[in-house]
Design a protein around this ligand. Structure first.
Ligand code: NAD
Ligand code: DAU
Length: 334
């Protein structure tokens, strides 16, 4: 049975992926290497952390001494670790460059030194930049426009270079916007659901008409597994869901589900360099036999229910450091 090194496994997608792996491959071994930044939370792994095949290592992917022995032990490396929030990258890009680019380099170097069966780099659809026309295909040029997406693009191409130059078994995934349980409440959906539950304002950037393609996190996890099992080395796979919605549509869905009034919506100054629309062509992964299993409406309802039923998880987060960040981030006019 395989040993997985999952980096960033205490974050939103990484923790969902660890749950997915243990459900599907009960006897696998998982090493979760996570620095536990503000976004990393051991609570995300409650329950699975008791699995005999699970081991947590608190550490930085930039630290060669920590990374090397773990990579040596692993058959498969899946790199989720990143600074992941666009707004934070606009305020302070430093950690994005360090973790997303340099951290990926450290992991790739360790994999080169010790050999590995597969290295999956979790990239993002944001590396293509914005489009008002055609959906992006894997061969389209990259035009990232925030410090976050530029760092991710750097890591994406660096991973590819290790395939070309050193013949390493590297694969790259570029997924659209995820939603689901355990997503840090700074991202649109968990922020708006938890704010609405507390009768707080929902801060809509600009005109609210920016478009994202929303995918349920479980569908993303399955797609990564398909890429791992059936993908070809050196290839990039877009992962989308065909759920392109603007932010006002998302906001109204949340307010309707929770029976909250429109007056909670408030327009705030736009995000700097705000990408208007992300859109992916994901025919290539369809040809590997994957497609999303969850409809947008069902997955959103499930997600909203989860935040409603798991206040213990987000109420603690939405105090302390979180509040400090939001105080500096914007002022909401009453
Ligand atoms: P997240 O912010 O919830 O989690 C990131 C995790 O990485 C945290 O647990 C954090 O502690 C850890 N981390 C950060 N810096 C680290 C370091 N130097 N060393 C070790 N661990 C470190 O992010 P997420 O939303 O779960 O995203 C996971 C990955 O998926 C990221 O690479 C992101 O770019 C990519 N992605 C996210 C989405 C999305 O919609 N959320 C979509 C496509 C791709
Ligand atoms: O597309 C994939 C990417 O999706 C991932 O690579 C990133 O890690 C992830 O954070 C996400 O980036 P976005 O910037 O698209 O997600 P976010 O939830 O921050 O914002 C979604 C949209 O909602 C965007 O148009 C900005 C808007 N928004 C966001 C917040 C937090 C608001 O209008 N108000 C808000 O308070």
């Amino acid at each position: 049975m395989q040993t997985f090194l999952i980096t960033g496994g205490a974050g939103f997608i990484g923790s969902n992926f660890i749950r997915y792996l243990f459900k599907k491959y009960e006897h696998c071994k998982i090493i979760n290497l996570d620095k536990l930044t503000y976004a990393g939370n051991p609570d995300n792994l409650k329950g699975v952390d008791a699995h005999p095949g699970y081991r947590f290592v608190k550490g930085d992917i930039c630290a060669e001494k920590i990374v090397e022995p773990l990579v040596q032990e692993a058959d498969v490396v899946i790199n989720f670790a990143a600074e992941s929030h666009v707004d934070r990258s606009i305020g302070k890009p430093d950690d994005f460059i360090r973790t997303d680019v340099f951290g990926t380099f450290v992991l790739l170097e360790a994999a080169r030194k010790f050999g590995i069966e597969k290295f999956i780099q979790i990239s993002t659809d944001e590396v293509y930049g914005s489009t008002l026309g055609e959906s992006f295909r894997e061969t389209d040029p990259l035009m990232p426009s925030s410090p976050y997406s530029a760092s991710k693009a750097g890591a994406d191409r660096l991973a590819f270079s290790y395939f070309v130059t050193y013949d390493m078994p590297v694969l790259i995934t570029r997924c659209s916007n995820n939603f689901g349980p355990y997503q840090y409440p700074e991202k649109l959906i968990p922020l708006f659901v938890t704010n609405a539950l507390e009768n707080n304002k929902l801060p809509i950037y600009g005109d609210g008409k920016n478009i994202r393609d929303w995918i349920y996190v479980e569908d993303h996890c399955r797609a990564i597994d398909v890429v791992l099992r059936k993908g070809s080395n050196g290839e990039v796979y877009n992962i989308g869901a065909g759920n392109e919605k603007n932010n006002l549509e998302i906001t109204r869905f949340i307010l309707d589900k929770l029976g909250k009034p429109d007056k909670l919506m408030t327009y705030v100054p736009d995000r700097l360099g705000h990408d208007r629309r992300y859109s992916l062509d994901w025919d290539k992964i369809k040809r590997l036999g994957w497609q999303p299993q969850h409809s947008f409406a069902d997955a959103m309802t499930r997600t909203i229910d989860w935040y409603q039923n798991n206040r213990w998880w987000w109420e603690e987060i939405k105090s302390g450091e979180y509040l400090e960040y939001y105080k500096n981030h914007y002022t909401i006019e009453e």
